[in-house]
Design a binder for this molecule. Structure first.
Ligand code: KIV
Length: 311
C-alpha cells in the first residue's frame, strides 16, 4: 500500500505561476527556482518546496531510463512523464522539453509536437535547445500561443557535435555566438532562456542584456534563476558530482542504507512488528489448529464482517 507523497508547503503560496509571473519576478529582481520533475510525487514535493518551475526534462533519458545521453528520449516519453508531473504540480508552471528530433525538421512538425505536449501532457510551455538557427521555430510556436523557453550554451542534444558534455563560450568568438543566440531567442518571443555550461561572465552579460529571465545551470550566480536536475540536487548518484552541482541531500547513500535496514529486519523477523500488523477481531481457527490452521466453516458471518466477503 502506498499513498502519494505529501509535504509541508514552504511559504504557503497558492497563486498559479504563469509566464507573466516570471517576467514580473525578473523585473523585481526576485530569483526563479526551477527543478526537473518526472513524476507526480516529486512534482508535489518540489512545489511544496517552493519551486516556481517544474521541467520535465529530457534528462529523464539519463536519470530515469539509464541512457548515456538524452538522444533516445521520445515525444511519447515526455508526454507520459508530463502527464504525471501535471497531476502533482499544483501552482508550479510545468515546462515540457521537446526531445531530439521533435522540432529540428521543420516548424510545422515542431508545432504539431509542441501542441501534443500541451494537449496530451498538460504542459504549460515547452523548452527547446538551440539559438539563432531555431528562432523561426520559436516564433512559429509563440505565434500559435505556445510559450517557449530557449536553451543555449551547452545543449545536451548536440553532445556529439560538441564532442562531449563540454563548457561552451570559452573563446571570444563562441561567447559572441551564444550572446547572439540569446538575443535571437528574445526577439523570437521566448519567455525565458536556459543558459547551460557557460562562463559566469558570459551569463552575466546575457542576463543584463535580455529582457526575459535567464535560468542558469553551470552558468554562475548572475542569472535570473537557477535550475538543477532533481536527482542531482538530492544526491541520488554518489558517482556524479560535477562542479556545477550542489547536492542538498545524499539520497544515494541514504536510500541503500534504508533498504539494507529493511532487508536486515526481514531476515531477522523484526519487521513487521506489532504496530504494522492487523488482527482479526473474531477467532478464525479452532485452537487446536493454530499451528496448521484451516478456516472454520461455520464462521462465514465473521469473515463477511472482517473482509466483506460471503462464503
Ligand atoms: O533536460 C534537462 O533536465 C534540462 C535541464 C538540465 C536544463 O534541460
Amino acid at each position: 500500500m502506498t499513498s502519494p507523497s505529501t509535504a509541508p508547503s514552504y511559504g504557503a503560496q497558492t497563486k498559479k505561476i504563469t509566464v507573466a509571473t516570471l517576467r514580473d519576478m525578473k523585473s523585481r529582481g526576485e530569483r526563479i527556482t526551477m527543478v526537473t520533475a518526472y513524476d507526480a510525487s516529486f512534482a508535489r514535493l518540489a512545489t511544496a518546496g517552493g519551486a516556481e518551475l517544474l521541467l520535465v526534462g529530457d534528462s529523464l533519458g539519463m536519470v530515469i531510463q539509464g541512457e548515456e545521453t538524452t538522444l533516445p528520449v521520445t515525444l511519447e516519453d515526455i508526454i507520459y512523464h508530463t502527464r504525471a508531473v501535471r497531476r502533482g504540480a499544483g501552482r508550479a508552471h510545468v515546462v515540457a522539453d521537446m526531445p531530439f528530433g521533435s522540432y529540428q525538421a521543420d516548424k510545422n512538425a515542431a508545432l504539431t509536437n509542441a501542441a501534443r505536449l500541451l494537449k496530451e501532457g498538460g504542459a504549460e510551455s515547452v523548452k527547446l535547445e538551440g539559438g539563432q538557427e531555431y528562432a523561426e521555430v520559436v516564433e512559429h510556436l509563440v505565434r500559435a500561443g505556445i510559450p517557449v523557453m530557449g536553451h543555449i550554451g551547452l545543449t545536451p542534444q548536440s553532445v556529439h557535435a560538441m564532442g562531449g558534455f563540454k563548457i561552451q563560450g570559452k573563446s571570444v568568438e563562441d561567447a559572441r555566438r551564444i550572446a547572439r543566440d540569446a538575443r535571437a531567442l528574445e526577439r523570437a518571443g521566448a519567455y525565458a532562456i536556459v543558459l547551460e555550461g557557460i562562463p559566469a561572465e558570459l551569463a552575466q552579460l546575457i542576463t543584463g542584456t535580455v529582457s526575459v529571465p535567464t535560468i542558469g545551470i553551470g552558468a554562475g550566480p548572475v542569472c535570473d534563476g537557477q535550475v538543477l536536475v532533481i536527482y542531482d540536487l538530492l544526491g541520488m548518484n554518489p558517482d556524479f558530482k560535477p562542479k556545477f552541482v550542489k547536492s542538498y541531500l545524499e539520497l544515494g547513500r541514504a536510500i541503500p542504507e534504508a533498504i539494507a535496514a529493511f532487508r536486515d529486519e526481514v531476515r531477522s523477523g523484526t519487521f513487521p512488528a506489532e504496530e504494522h500488523t492487523y488482527h482479526a477481531k473474531v477467532p478464525l481457527f479452532r485452537p487446536e489448529e493454530v499451528r496448521a490452521p484451516t478456516l472454520v466453516d461455520a464462521e462465514d458471518d465473521a469473515l463477511e464482517e472482517l473482509y466483506g466477503i460471503s462464503g
